[in-house]
Design a protein around this ligand. Structure first.
Ligand code: GDP
Ligand code: IMO
Ligand code: MG
Length: 431
């Protein structure tokens, strides 16, 4: 019963969508297990760009079934729009192909308004959330008064619950944040409409995944966000409110402790972050502009979901080794090797300096990174354009040496590197 899990090893946007699309060629079911429409996963196939926020990236292949797991928080407005966009692009979306957990939580306009009001109130301590209502929806879940997908199945009760939910948050918005209240009946009308559209997709996906695995089918779990944004294991409090790490897949899909064949850690060849929080290897000035790009190319470092410029820096090997450990990563995939072409020297953080000591690992995890200074190793870069390379031996020697050094630092093999955003722009690493 092969279950593979794809996770981001950094602060998100590592290129998980494109690798899930690649691996989905061999998968029967592809399942998202955490987060919501804070995620933006890009897949490029044959010149067509798909930007997915909720539906698993594997859905582009016609043979797969897409699953939205119980660990997710779902904004039905985004989901209905995404279904329409995919259909318009020729991707078949039917209740046979798309299955949504009855236990996934709903995001409402009240959650979004509260997220934005809370961010404003944080002032200089802002997290830099995507404003999509993620934190408030997970807060409601933990407080045991959230709305779940299954609530959409009984419209009379749902309307009552929704009215109460919006009215309660309206009180907070007005009394605590001095923000405008929402029109309760407008939200109820809008959500009644979504309910009728989404009802046919709601299912016990945990049971379906369990049965699929028993039949020997291949399941690919797609993480959103990244290890360093994990609520427990990330750079708290500058994190998201879910569990993007690999363990989140078992809980967020309702699978229990089942064998996992591979945990595939996706790593960008350098480091990026969108939103606030510590970032030891961050760079500024010319190098930053070079790594980020101008925004002209679709893959330049500007958020898929919010359009914000991403902060950029050199690859942090200490944090990568941490991610390998806390996820149980069995193999790495390095994306965006093409972006490093033309840089004469690369820097790779191999340790930190703290209080006059050199540390290979963080003493207390990544939450308090501010006082740690990166210790860099310099490696020669390469000048060649690598975007047309498809064989490992055809990559410049310096590019191969960079990959080998990352393997050495992390103790796990790098199985693939990507050299461009298209599905075909991938090089299998040979031993
Ligand atoms: P995700 O959130 O991890 O799925 O990543 P995003 O889709 O948010 O961001 C990754 C961006 O980089 C997307 O625009 C991808 O099309 C692009 N991308 C992925 N791999 C490569 C690569 O190897 N080279 C280049 N140039 N772009 C890539
Ligand atoms: P994908 O799946 C990058 C960041 C936000 C913010 C923090 C909390 O595309 O990799 P939230 O709205 O979740 O409460 O914001 O998390 N963040 C992401 N950064 N990629 C993502 O998703 C992200 N999802 C959330 O920028 O710093
Ligand atoms: Mg993204």
């Amino acid at each position: 019963m092969p279950l593979d899990i794809v996770i981001g090893t950094q602060w998100g946007d590592e290129g998980k969508g494109r690798i899930v699309d690649l691996l989905a060629a061999q998968a029967d079911l592809v399942a998202r297990y955490n987060g919501g429409d804070n995620a933006g996963h890009t897949v490029n196939v044959g010149g067509h760009t798909f930007r997915l926020h909720l539906i698993p990236s594997g859905i582009i292949h016609p043979h797969t079934i897409g699953i939205l797991g119980n660990g997710m928080v779902i904004n039905p407005a985004t989901l209905v729009q995404e279904i329409e966009n995919l259909k318009a692009a020729g991707v078949s979306i039917t209740p046979e192909r798309l299955r949504i957990s009855f236990a996934a939580h709903l995001i409402t306009p009240a959650h979004r308004a509260l997220d934005q009001a809370q961010e404003q109130a944080r002032g200089s301590g802002q997290i830099g959330t995507t404003g999509r209502g993620i934190g408030p929806a997970y807060t409601d879940k933990a407080a045991r008064h959230g709305l779940r997908m299954e609530d959409l199945l009984d419209l009379d009760t749902f309307r009552e619950k929704l009215e109460h939910h919006v009215a309660t948050i309206n009180t907070w918005l007005m009394r605590i944040y001095e923000a405008d209240p929402l029109d309760v009946q407008a939200v109820v009308r809008e959500y009644t409409h979504y309910a009728t559209q989404l009802q046919p997709y709601i299912a016990d996906v945990g049971m379906e995944l369990h049965q699929a695995l028993r039949l020997g089918k291949q399941v690919l779990a797609e993480g959103a966000q990244g290890t360093l944004l994990d609520l427990d294991l990330g750079t708290y409090p500058y994190v998201t409110s879910s569990t993007p790490t690999a363990a989140g897949a078992l809980l967020g899909l309702g699978l229990g402790i089942v064998p996992v064949r591979a945990v595939i850690g996706v790593t960008k060849a350098f480091q990026t972050r969108v939103g606030a929080g510590p970032f030891p290897t961050e760079v500024f000035g010319k190098t930053a502009e070079r790594l980020r790009g101008t925004g002209k190319n679709p893959w330049d470092e500007f958020g898929t979901t919010t359009g914000r410029p991403r902060r950029v820096g050199w690859l942090d090997g200490v944090l990568l080794r941490y991610a390998v450990r806390v996820n149980g990563v069995t193999e790495l995939m390095i994306t965006k090797m093409d972006i490093l072409s033309g840089l004469p020297t690369l820097r790779l953080c191999i340790a930190y300096r703290y209080n006059g000591h050199t540390l290979q690992d963080l003493p207390l995890g990544p939450a308090h990174l501010e006082p740690f200074e990166p210790v860099y190793e310099e490696l020669p870069g390469w000048m060649e354009d690598v975007t047309t390379v498809r064989r490992w031996d055809d990559l410049p020697a310096a590019a191969r040496a960079y990959v080998r050094r990352i393997e050495e630092l992390c103790g796990v093999p790098v199985r693939r590197v990507s050299v461009g955003p298209e599905r075909s722009q991938v090089v299998e690493v040979t031993p």
